[in-house]
Design a protein around this ligand. Structure first.
Ligand code: CAA
Length: 260
């Protein structure tokens, strides 16, 4: 499926969502944000898709930020609405019921870094560059970067990156935990699909509940988060996946999960 700025393709159990504005380094204008949301809505309806890969078209950028041309003349109310739209799309991805892997090849700046951060796992190529350049434009990150970056890499490093507007390379991004893995450019999609395949072979309800436990638990105090985990752990025992997974272990055979 295709919209003006976003593509959705399917490769077996993997859905690939591509931000497709390579001439503007895949910068996020309002239409592109809306279309990313629509693509994820389509993926949600497709039971065959178990894992999503989010990537950027072309060989220069994942996403080089929110679209500066479209923001230049915005009023305060328009820019607030733009920020809320971006935040909604990022939250939709973060809480999406299927795991989302960002496959990153190039500039991942501002809104692009924010988009990558709402994915569950980030794989990048050595030439990729990361940063939150907003203060250099006289603004702050507006798609939840001031919130997700400190949660991901810690407050001190997040402040350094945001206040300095400095770009960092993939090696440094890996070192500080902003990305999970660095792979050669010609291996990027293969690696992302390999990881997607590995996840897709497991119990899908269990993966979904693990995502929920991590995401929601991180926003709670530890005692409440552990009770939440115990509730979700208990819920696993209502699934066929739990019966199949444990029976398969005891029978010394691979589990055949059905997503039920
Ligand atoms: N918005 C709109 N257009 C953009 C863009 C952006 N964020 N980033 C790149 N482009 C466009 C350029 O204007 C250029 O278009 P033209 O060919 O029509 O001139 C095209 O993409 C190619 O870009 P460059 O010629 O600049 O390519 P380069 O290789 O010389 O530089 C770059 C690459 C360092 C990424 C540079 O393009 C750049 O600095 N981009 C802006 C990065 C940025 O500041 N992002 C943050 C935006 S603010 C934000 O995201 C706010 C938020 O949190 C919501």
């Amino acid at each position: 499926m295709a919209w003006d700025n976003v593509l959705l393709e399917k490769d077996g159990v993997v859905g690939v969502v591509t931000v497709n504005r390579p001439k503007a380094l895949n910068a996020l204008n309002g239409d592109t944000l809306t279309e990313i949301g629509l693509a994820f809505d389509e993926v949600a309806k497709d039971d065959e898709i178990k894992v999503v890969i989010l990537t950027g078209a072309g060989d220069k950028a994942f996403v080089a930020g929110a679209d500066i041309l479209s923001m230049q003349k915005m009023t305060p109310m328009e820019s607030k609405a733009f920020s809320l739209l971006g935040q909604q799309v990022m939250s939709k991805i973060e809480t999406f019921q299927k795991p989302v892997i960002a496959a990153i090849n190039g500039f991942t700046l501002g809104g692009g870094c924010e988009l990558a951060m709402c994915c569950d796992i980030r794989i990048a190529t050595p030439k990729s560059m990361f940063g939150q350049p907003e203060v250099g434009l006289g603004i702050i990150p507006g798609f939840a970067g001031t919130q997700r970056l400190p949660r991901l890499i810690g407050k001190g490093r997040a402040k350094e990156l945001i206040f300095s507007a400095a770009n960092i390379n993939a090696e440094e991004a890996y070192r500080i935990g902003l990305i999970n893995k660095v792979v050669e450019e010609d291996q990027l999609m293969a690696e992302a699909k390999k990881m997607a395949g590995k996840i897709a072979s497991k119990g899908q309800i269990a993966v979904r509940l693990a995502k929920e436990a991590i995401n929601e638990g991180m926003e709670m105090d530890l005692d409440k988060a552990m009770i939440h985990e115990a509730d979700l752990f208990g819920l696993c025992f209502s699934t066929e996946e739990q019966r199949e997974g444990m029976t398969a272990f005891i029978e010394k055979r691979p589990a055949k999960f059905t997503g039920k």
